[in-house]
Ligand binder design. Structure first.
Ligand code: SF4
Length: 72
């Protein structure tokens, strides 16, 4: 799963960082930023929760199904 914050939509309310500060952080501009692009398994529920809680829908999640087990 990948996550991004659409800066143009974010209003810096801080909800996402409050829910999952391992992924979201409020930057110097007062807007949220995703600290990681690829979200670890154990944080994915929190990230989905944060996306649901974002008042402006600024959190963009990309669910990836494919597993690259072998890249020989
Ligand atoms: S919850 Fe949404 S609007 Fe609020 S800081 Fe996070 S991305 Fe920005």
């Amino acid at each position: 799963m990948k996550v991004k914050v659409n800066k143009d939509a974010c209003i810096g309310c801080g909800a996402c960082a409050a829910i999952c500060d391992e992924v979201f952080e409020i930057n110097d501009e007062g807007l949220s930023e995703a600290k990681v692009e690829e979200v670890k398994e154990e944080l994915q529920d929190e990230v989905r929760d944060a996306a649901d809680s974002c008042p402006t829908g600024a959190i963009v999640i990309e669910e990836g199904q494919q597993e690259e087990e072998k890249a020989a």
